[in-house]
Design a protein around this ligand. Structure first.
Ligand code: ATP
Length: 608
């Protein structure tokens, strides 16, 4: 199943791995690097090209033009020369603070949390204390405490680094704590790697984008704070920075004298440099969380997608999927679902089988409009034929209509859904929440009765309503998730591998429950699994998917007796039966009570 919550960057090894940790090219990154490049050029090369910024001339305050492109100060000093030297001074302090603050945050965040125990507690306590001390007042106090003649660039950089590392250390600590429990780190430890090697080779590469982002943030913080300190007259006394330029402009009443050329250029350089760093930071954030990447907007293309004509074969159909195609619009687009057409009848269990990666989950998400960019529906339609009358074009629903539609007409039990329960909220509160959101007209007593009813339906003791998820077994949690999906009496339930994580006995119990509920309540099920033999016993009809396409679509009976497509035969052969007989619930040793409805194909294994 597509993982929707991955935020950590795990570096693949080798050259491709290192390349994957570089930001992807984007207009944002281009503009950011351009701004930083130009300003760095002014700071690094500029001082070599301009004269002495301190030369006093008998010119007074003159505006831009002639020999002095950006004019002069009230003592006739060249603003261009001052700007070049001041930019160099500010960049120098920014770089020093960036390196020192990042090193401190790495020491306290990564090393502490890796060692653990008292060291981690001590480091964490220290970081927390530093975090709650208000930064700017502390910087002002420390700077004011240091005599002006000793207040050089280094002193200011140390003061800013001391006050600027703690927040980053906390982020790095949290990330390291998560990484140190990963299997590959445990494997490295067990194989006898030394702690420094585990940190530098196994953990650090995964933290590089985060460290880079923290570095960029520290540089922005340093340049802005230094400008603030200098403006207050507490900046570095032995060097010229953009802040000191602003300080002298303020002292020379530049604003009152309309001498904009004195204070606008340094202010603009600070703003543009901050902007450039922030844009680069966005691109680094995209490495940390790939979901932030710019996806080409194709809303218009989606909107213009001509709805395909609905082929409705009989009145008993509840859902029609027609020529549906879904493409992941990534660098090399992945055509995950190709022209799939399916019909789901009321009360029917339609199985969707296929190996991992064939597009089952993508299809299920698109049917429910749960797909997110980069996934895009390129062609086709999904039509819901409402019991109350009328057809609903699911892909054309507005966000508000979609909220009302989902769960009440079509609900979904996700793969690994049992882990989707909030661990700190009771089962009652979680069920109640669904009713409060979708059925605000229900009274508290009605909601309570409904919660108890669905829990009983799925065979869980109602006393479990006051339990927390961790107090229930995996099977019980999955039953609770099914109860949640039943709460609003949906007409269709999509189940994506609902029993994969459970042992075979619990799995059987839940499957039996699904069959019973389907017979009692009459909802239709789109049941997704890679286990084709299981579908032969459970489903009425089965669609087999391969590389995004439905390669065979038949009743379970026909598929069992004469699988037409070689891939279907391959799938069937890949699941050996314990007794040599396919499809007779042999794996549980149980036989299910036959429940046969008129006009229905009979399951091959004698399930019904
Ligand atoms: N976010 C994504 N970006 C690009 N490709 C993706 C993305 N998510 C899924 N895919 C690709 O789409 C294809 C279908 O994936 P999907 O998760 O739907 O398969 P599946 O049959 O449900 O597999 P599984 O049973 O393992 O969950 C795969 O080739 C997968 O690599």
């Amino acid at each position: 199943m597509t993982n929707l919550s991955a935020v950590t960057v795990e570096a693949p090894r080798g050259r491709a791995g290192w390349r994957s940790m570089l930001p992807r090219w984007s207009p944002k990154l281009g503009v950011g690097l351009g701004l930083i490049g130009v300003i760095t050029f002014i700071g690094v090369i500029g001082p070599l090209l301009v004269g002495d910024p301190n030369t006093i001339r008998d010119l007074g305050l003159t505006g831009p033009g002639g020999e002095f492109w950006l004019g002069t100060t009230q003592t006739g000093q060249d603003i261009v020369a001052q700007l070049a030297h001041a930019t160099r001074g500010s960049l120098y302090i920014g770089l020093l603070v960036g390196v020192m603050a990042t090193a401190l945050s790495a020491l306290f965040g990564i090393v502490g949390s890796y060692i653990g125990g008292y060291v981690d507690e001590g480091f964490s306590l220290f970081s927390n204390v530093m975090l709650v001390i208000p930064g700017l007042p502390l910087v002002i106090v420390i700077s004011a405490f240091v005599p002006a003649d000793q207040r050089g660039s280094w002193t200011i950089a140390v003061v800013l680094a001391i006050t600027g590392w703690a927040a980053s250390a906390r982020v790095l600590r949290a990330q390291t704590l998560s990484l140190r429990n990963r299997d590959y780190v445990a494997a490295a430890k067990v194989s006898g790697e030394k702690p420094w090697r585990v940190i530098t080779v196994e953990i650090l590469p995964n933290l590089l984008p985060l460290l880079a982002s923290q570095f960029v943030f520290s540089v922005i913080y340093a340049i802005l704070s230094e400008a603030g300190l200098s403006f207050l007259g507490l900046g570095a006394s032995n060097s010229s920075t953009l802040g000191t330029m602003l300080y002298y402009a303020q002292n020379g009443f530049a604003l009152q004298r309309d001498a904009w050329w004195w204070f606008v250029p340094p202010g603009l350089i600070i703003a543009l440099f901050g902007c450039g760093l922030a844009l680069v930071n966005f691109s680094i954030d995209e490495i940390i969380n790939p979901k932030l990447r710019d996806i080409p907007r194709r809303d218009k293309a989606e909107a213009e997608r001509a709805p395909a004509p609905v082929k409705r074969t009989d009145d008993d159909v509840v859902l029609t999927v027609n020529d549906l195609s879904v493409v992941y619009q990534v660098e090399k687009p992945v055509h995950a679902v190709k022209d799939v057409s399916l019909t789901l009848r009321r009360g029917e269990i339609l199985g969707l089988a296929g190996e991992s990666g064939c597009g089952k989950t993508t299809l299920a998400y698109a049917v429910n409009r749960l797909h997110r960019p980069p996934a895009e529906v390129t062609t086709g339609s999904v039509t819901f034929h409402d019991r109350e009358g009328g057809d609903i074009d699911v892909l054309a629903l507005t966000p508000g209509e979609l909220r009302a539609f989902r769960w009440s007409k079509l609900s979904m039990v996700f793969q690994g859904a049992m882990n989707a329960l909030n661990p700190v909220i009771t089962i009652r509160a979680q069920l109640d929440d669904v009713l409060t959101t979708h059925r605000p007209e229900m009274t508290k007593a009605q909601r309570k009765a409904k919660c108890e009813e669905v829990l009983k339906l799925v065979g869980v003791d109602v006393r479990r309503l006051s339990s927390f998820p961790h107090e229930l077994s995996g099977g019980m949690r999955q039953r609770v998730m099914i109860a949640m999906a039943l709460l609003l009496d949906p007409q269709v339930m999509i189940m994506d591998e609902p029993t994969t994580a459970l042992d075979v006995v619990v799995q059987r119990g839940i499957l039996r429950e699904i069959l019973r509920l389907r017979d009692e309540i009459g909802f239709a099920v789109l049941f997704i699994t890679h286990d084709l033999p299981l579908l032969l016993e459970l489903a009425d009809r089965i669609a087999v998917m391969k590389e995004g396409e439905v390669v065979e679509y038949a009743t379970a009976q026909d598929m069992f007796e004469q699988p037409a497509h070689p891939y279907t035969r391959q799938l069937l052969d890949s699941f050996p039966s314990l007794t040599g007989e396919r499809g007779s619930f042999v794996r549980s040793g149980e036989e299910m009570t036959p429940v046969k409805r008129s006009g229905e194909p009979t399951s091959p294994g004698g399930v019904r």
